[in-house]
Design a binder for this molecule. Structure first.
Ligand SMILES: NC(=O)c1ccc[n+]([C@@H]2O[C@H](COP(=O)([O-])OP(=O)(O)OC[C@H]3O[C@@H](n4cnc5c(N)ncnc54)[C@H](OP(=O)(O)O)[C@@H]3O)[C@@H](O)[C@H]2O)c1
Length: 257
């Protein structure tokens, strides 16, 4: 097991990509803390995570990371546990795929609060709890650099671009303390987030998007949440001891084109 004796925190670990990463970490022997807002979803996730047999422990914490009291609550929780933290996955995020001219200030603030500010201040707040060789993994997106026709992404792309900059600057700044910082940039993954943005489109636009995806993904399909698990386990593990500041495209080949 690659993560035995490691303690990991995954934000947004109750669903989608975060839940798949939590599942993989647990399989590799890590003790888990998963954070999300909805306590019911967290409980369901814990049941799913612990259903498969003897693994590490699973703790849940309900907190809204888009507001500073939520970030503070997570930091306090880790502090109260009095144990070092080895892995932080800044995964919780929101995607407003709306035309530039309609982006509201509320959407802008919310997007930055969750996609950027939470990653920034959660990492900062947890710094003193990181053990030697700690690994921070930010979940970015291909949208930071590559757009999709008719999927207006100015706000989302901006927030993920900022997260990529944070990844590189922190890798540089925290490296001397033995803390590694990397990002995973997934392609389109079939999760509640994706379904929410696609289901809102008119039928014709959905068909057009499907045709675009079918011809744009060299491996012939969009991702499943567990397509991101392998790279997350690697980046979290000691096998990646000399890997920092990387932004890893895991996207079925989409951004190769
Ligand atoms: N799906 C894709 O196609 C795709 C592609 C590239 C990158 N990504 C990125 O991957 C990450 C995960 O996306 P996903 O598709 O797995 O999303 P998802 O299925 O919608 O899951 C989001 C998770 O984040 C939690 N969350 C949402 N808002 C939160 C908040 N304010 N505070 C704390 N937790 C919150 C949710 O739980 P609650 O709702 O209970 O809070 C849930 O556990 C995001 O950063 C996203 O930008 C996704």
């Amino acid at each position: 097991m690659k993560l035995r004796n490691k303690r990991a925190l995954v934000t947004g670990g109750s669903d989608g990509i975060g839940l798949a990463i939590a599942e993989a970490f647990l399989r590799e022997g890590a003790d888990m803390l998963i954070v999300g807002r909805d306590a019911g979803k967290l409980e369901a996730a814990r049941d799913k995570l612990t259903a498969t047999g003897p693994v590490g422990t699973v703790e849940t914490l309900s907190a809204d990371l888009a507001v500073s009291p939520g970030i503070d609550a997570v930091v306090e929780h880790v502090k109260a546990a009095g144990q070092r933290l080895d892995i932080l996955v800044n995964n919780a995020g929101v995607a407003y795929l709306v035309p530039f001219e309609t982006v509201s200030e509320t959407q802008f603030q919310h997007s930055f609060a969750l996609n950027v500010t939470a990653a920034f201040f959660l990492t900062q707040g947890l710094l003193q709890h990181f053990g030697a060789g700690a690994s921070v993994i930010n979940i970015s997106s291909y949208f930071a650099n590559k757009m999709i026709p008719k999927r207006p992404s100015s706000l989302y792309s901006l927030s993920k671009g900022a997260l990529n900059s944070l990844t590189k600057s922190l890798a540089f700044e925290l490296g001397p303390r033995g803390i590694r910082v990397n990002a995973i940039a997934p392609g389109t993954v079939d999760t509640a987030m994706r379904r929410k943005t696609v289901d809102n489109l008119p039928a014709e636009a959905q068909a057009e998007l499907k045709a675009y995806v079918d011809r744009s993904y060299p491996l012939g399909r969009i991702g499943r949440p567990d397509d991101l698990s392998g790279i997350a386990v690697y980046l979290a593990s000691d096998e990646a001891a000399w890997t920092s500041g990387g932004i890893f495209a895991i996207d079925g080949g989409y951004t190769a084109g």
